[in-house]
Design a protein around this ligand. Structure first.
Ligand code: DTR
Length: 341
């Protein structure tokens, strides 16, 4: 009898050490379910990174967490993302900070024309910037990761290869990049990416200024037969979680998500850079898109027009009490750090 009890205790002890919960109700404990909202269609890169993050979290928590994803603005739309997550309409949301320049002023400094060369470098520099300054704009949420697009280029139905051709052309961009189009003389039309396919179809705009992966993911190569390579600026994104939902998570799950922060930024950067290259090759081959490389002197002329944008951001940031110069210097230093192999 005594031996049996000892054996039972030993088995229970071993099981609990191995993490097997013996309590009958705990053994069938339902996984924690989290909703993750995203604004653009499923094939686009913000949604691809969302699915990758979901898979990693589910795998690394051994199924203790299940994430339900909502692409295409089905749960929250682009500009409602932050407030929707704060209010708990979604546990997690992915937002493009560039769409709200004033609200995310500090992190949007990464979309100034400062020469960020790729999505990988941009994503890691942005993550460093966030960690260093912990901007007030994110005080009510848990930031899970951040990343950026690859540099933006002009995709258009008609050639936009000279400043004369761009003058007055209806081109779509949002946030920081909008000022760039204005500086080049375009008639800048602002809207989120999710509204762009229809605007192109209906002729509301003649083209857009963005990273090139959308040529394939949103099939813009079918309609925009001209690309002018300027490799100008990136757009920054954030993935945020409702604070209550975050606090309710077991520490082990929180650890998994925290460890994924920088890794996810890098993964997304690499995915985006490769995918943008792939989209260029696909557009040339399948849709005979003409890619036009500006001559160095011409590009220098275009870039010169952009200098006042950074100056204006610095003046505005100072007015808001931000250490404008330090932020810009840090972005340059983080860029250099991550661009150097
Ligand atoms: N360049 C920004 C952000 C962006 C780039 N690719 C996608 C795909 C889906 C949504 C947003 C973006 C923009 O032009 O909106």
């Amino acid at each position: 009898m005594g031996k049996k009890i000892v054996l039972l205790v030993a088995v229970m002890f071993a099981a609990s050490v191995m993490g097997i919960v013996c309590h009958p109700t705990a053994a069938v404990a339902a996984p924690i379910e989290l909703n993750y909202a995203n604004f653009p269609p499923a094939p686009t890169f913000p949604c691809v990174q969302m699915e990758r993050w979901k898979e990693e979290v589910e795998k690394r928590t051994q199924g203790a967490v299940v994430i339900k994803t909502f692409p295409g603005g089905t749960l929250l739309k682009a500009k409602a993302m932050m407030d929707g997550v704060v209010a708990g309409q979604a546990d997690i949301g992915c937002l493009c900070m560039a769409y709200q320049p004033g609200r995310f002023m500090l992190t949007n400094a990464t979309s100034l024309p400062l020469g960020i060369p790729s999505s990988q470098v941009g994503s890691l520099a942005l993550w460093d910037l966030y960690k260093k300054y912990k901007p007030e704009a994110f005080a009510k949420v848990k930031v899970l990761t951040m990343f950026t697009t690859a540099p933006a280029n002009i995709m258009s139905k008609v050639p936009a290869q000279t400043l004369e051709q761009i003058k007055g052309l209806d081109l779509r961009a949002s946030g920081g990049a909008a000022q760039i189009l204005k500086a080049w003389g375009a008639n800048q039309v602002g809207m989120p990416m999710s509204a762009t396919p229809e605007a192109l179809q209906k002729g509301v705009v003649q083209g857009l200024f963005s990273s090139l992966e959308v040529m394939k993911d949103l099939k813009f190569a079918e309609i925009c037969k001209h690309v002018t390579m300027t490799d100008t600026v990136i757009y920054p994104f954030a993935v945020v979680m409702n604070m209550e939902s975050w606090k309710k998570l077991p520490p082990k799950v929180q650890k998994v998500m925290e460890e994924l922060g920088e890794e996810q930024a890098k993964w997304t950067g690499i995915y985006m850079d490769n995918h943008a290259k792939d989209a260029v090759a696909w557009s040339k081959e399948k849709h005979k898109v003409d890619f036009y490389q500006l001559a160095d002197e011409e590009l220098a002329k275009w870039n010169l027009l952009l200098a006042p944008i950074t100056e204006k951001w610095m003046a505005d940031a100072k007015k808001k009490g931000l250490p404008a110069k330090a932020i810009v210097d840090d972005i340059k230093a983080f860029t250099k750090k991550h661009a150097t192999p």
